[in-house]
Write a protein that binds this ligand. Sequence first.
Ligand SMILES: C[S@@+](CC[C@H](N)C(=O)[O-])C[C@H]1O[C@@H](n2cnc3c(N)ncnc32)[C@H](O)[C@@H]1O
Length: 440
Amino acid sequence: MDMDAETTLRAVSEYYGKTLQSSSDLKTTACCPVGGVPADHRAILARLHPEVTARFYGCGSPIPAHMDGCRVLDLGCGTGRDVFLASALVGPSGSVTGVDMTTEQLDVARKHLDYHAKEFLGGAPSNVRLVQGVIESLAEAGVADGSMDVVISNCVCNLSPDKQAVFSGVAAALAPGGEFYFSDIYASTRLSAEAQKHPVLVGECLGGALYFGDFLRTMAAAGLGDVRVVSAAPVALTDTTLAPLVPGVSFYSVTIRAFKLPPGVAEPSPEDYGQTATYDGSLKGAADELVFDAHYTFPTGVAVPVDGNTAAVLRASRFGPTFTVTDAGWHRGLAGPPGAEAGWYAAMSKVMAGAFPSPPTAEGVTGDAGLGDGCCPPATAEANGDGAAAASGGCGPPPATSGDAGAKASSGGGCCPPPASAAKSGGGCGNGAAKKGGCC
Ligand SMILES: C[S@@+](CC[C@H](N)C(=O)[O-])C[C@H]1O[C@@H](n2cnc3c(N)ncnc32)[C@H](O)[C@@H]1O
C-alpha cells in the first residue's frame, strides 16, 4: 500500500475512532440510513445493545433475505450493528465475520459479543468473529478465498483508498454463486482533487464516493459486473461549509446486490432468451412475493420473464432451490437497457420513483436537476483541437480531475465525447462534424 493510501486509512480510522463519538456527531446525512427496514429486522435491531447502536454510521440496510446458515462477512463492521443483526438471521449454523481497522469501534463490538449470543442464539456460543484488519487485504485478515456466502458492508467502501482491491478481494472471498450486498454513497460526477482529500468530506463518506460510471467499471474489473440496484435515496448536503466544495455534485445512498457468477457467464447487457423464473414462496417473510431488485419482483407461483443474467443468478445462488428457471431458448434481443450505465439509470430512476435524472443523450445533457450544471461543459478550442464542438453547442471533455479518474475522463469516459483527433481516427462521434452527421 502506498503512502497516500496509508495516510487516508489513518485519517479515516482517527475520524471513526476519535473524532466521532456517536451518530449525533455526524456533520452530514450521508452516514444516516435510508430505505425501509423489514419488520423482522426491526424486531432484532430493537434488541441490540444501545452502545452498539449509538455508534452506528451506516447509510442503508445491507441485509439481504434468506441468510439462514450462511457464512457472512461484514466489511468495516464498526461497533457491529449489522454483524449482530446478521448473527441473529444466520442462526447457530451460520457464522459472521466482521473486519474493521479501528480499535475503538471493534472494542465496542467485542465488549458485547456474549450479550448478543445470549440474546439471539439461545445460549449457544457466539457465531461472530471480529478481526482487526483492512478491507483491502482480506486474505491478511484471515478471510480465505471462496469462504463466504454473503459479503455485506454499510457505508464503508467509499472510505477505501483502493476500491479495486476491495471489490477484487470480495470476489475472491465469495463462494461460487455468493452475493455482495452493500449500501454505499455514489456521486453524479467525479469529484475534484480537493474534495477527494478534504478530511471531513472523506470522513463523512462523501469525498471518496465513486462516480457511478467508475463504480460500475471497478465492479466489472473485479468480476462482479452484474450490478443490481435494490434501493436508493438522495443524500442531502446541508452543511454550508461543505457544499461549496462539491458544486453541482449530487450524492446518492444506494443498496446494491451483485452475485459471483462463473467467469464469462454475465453478459454486459440483459439479453432475452425467452426464459422465465417461478418462485415457490418458501422463503421466510416472503410467502406472497420476493422483491429481488429494482426490476424484478417475483409473485409466488407466477412465471416471470427474466433476462439471461437473472436466470443465471437465480440458478447459481442460494435462491436456486426456491425457483424453477426455464432453459434458454433462441435469442430474442435486448431484454432491457443496453450496458451497465443505462441499466443503472433505469434502475435508479425506478427505485427513486423518477426523481433520478435521465441519462444525457447524444444531443447533449438533459438539463434535469441532479446532474449539476451539466456534466459536459462546452469544450475550448484548445481542448477539442478544432473548436467545432464548442461552436456547435456540443459538449466537450470535463475539467481534468486528479489521478487515473482524470485520465479516463480525458479519454472520453462518461457522456463527454473524446477529443476531435480520437473521434476522427475512430470514425466515432465527438466533434462538431460527427455530431452533425448524427452518428451518436
Ligand atoms: C461509516 S463507518 C460504518 C460502520 C458500520 N458499517 C456501521 O454501519 O455502523 C465506517 C467504518 O469502516 C471502517 N473502515 C473504513 N475504511 C476501512 C478500511 N479500509 N479497512 C477496514 N475498516 C475500514 C471504519 O473504521 C469505520 O468503523
